[in-house]
Design a protein around this ligand. Structure first.
Ligand SMILES: [Zn+2]
Length: 220
C-alpha cells in the first residue's frame, strides 16, 4: 500500500518546505496539485473537472512537456491556475550533482516563462527526492520548495479507484496540499477519483485554491 500521508515528524525534518499551509479550521481551503503534465488527455480532463467546480489548482509541469504542448500549457494559465516548476526532464535530485540539478530547474523555468509568460517561484522535486544542499540553493535563489501532506497514489496500478478516493478523502483537511498526476499512467484512477473528490469536498463547504506564488522569475 502506498504512503498516503506525511507524518508531522517527517515534515519537521524539512521545515522550510511547504507540506501543507497553515489554515484556520473555518477556512476550508484545499490545495490540489497535479504533477508531470501538461499532457493531452489527462490535463484537459483535469481542467474540465476543475472548471465544473470553479476550482483553482497548481500544476507542477515538466519543462519538456511545456515545450511539446505549448497551447495546453497556455490553457492551464489562462484558466486561472498556477503552472510551476517540476524540472525539465523529471529528474531525481538524489542522483544528480547540484549544478546539474539547478540547470534542470533553470531550463524548466525558462520554458515556463517563454511559453506562458509566467514563471512562478514554486518548485516541486520529482519523486520528492531532493538533497538538502539542492533545497538550500533553490531557497537562496528565491524558490519555495513544495512537498505535500496528502498523496493520492493515483499512479499506483494496484490501487482501485474506490480505495484511492477513500484514502485521499479521509486525509483531506483545511490547508492540505494534495498530489495527483495529470499523466497517462495515473489517468485510470485520476479520472474516476477527481470528480468524486471535488463533489464530496465541495458539498462539505471546501473551496480549492492555487498555491500562493511569487511573481518574480528567480535566476539561478
Ligand atoms: Zn513528478
Amino acid at each position: 500500500m502506498a504512503f498516503h500521508s506525511v507524518p508531522k515528524w517527517v515534515q519537521k525534518l524539512a521545515p522550510g518546505y511547504w507540506w501543507e499551509l497553515p489554515t484556520p479550521k473555518a477556512d476550508k481551503s484545499i490545495y490540489l496539485t497535479f504533477d508531470d503534465g501538461p499532457v493531452p488527455g489527462p490535463t484537459e480532463f483535469v481542467l474540465d473537472a476543475l472548471a465544473a467546480y470553479r476550482a483553482e489548482a497548481t500544476f507542477f509541469a515538466v519543462g519538456d512537456n511545456v515545450r511539446r504542448y505549448p497551447t495546453l500549457a497556455q490553457r492551464v494559465v489562462a484558466e486561472g491556475h498556477v503552472l510551476a516548476n517540476h524540472t525539465q526532464h523529471h529528474v531525481k535530485g538524489w542522483g544528480l550533482s547540484q549544478v546539474a540539478y539547478l540547470q534542470e530547474v533553470a531550463a524548466c523555468q525558462q520554458a515556463l516563462a517563454e511559453v506562458t509568460g509566467q514563471a512562478p517561484a514554486l518548485f516541486r522535486p520529482p519523486y520528492g527526492r531532493i538533497k538538502p544542499g539542492q533545497g538550500r540553493a533553490l531557497r537562496a535563489a528565491g524558490y519555495q520548495v513544495v512537498m505535500w501532506s496528502v498523496l493520492s497514489a493515483d499512479y499506483d496500478k494496484r490501487l482501485s479507484p474506490g480505495r484511492c478516493l477513500i484514502e485521499t478523502y479521509q486525509r483531506c483537511q483545511p490547508g492540505s496540499i494534495v498530489v495527483f498526476h495529470d499523466s497517462v499512467k495515473a489517468a485510470p484512477r485520476l479520472e474516476r477519483v477527481l470528480p468524486a473528490l471535488l463533489e464530496v469536498l465541495a458539498g462539505e463547504g471546501y473551496t480549492f485554491a492555487a498555491l500562493p506564488a511569487g511573481k518574480a522569475a528567480p535566476t539561478l
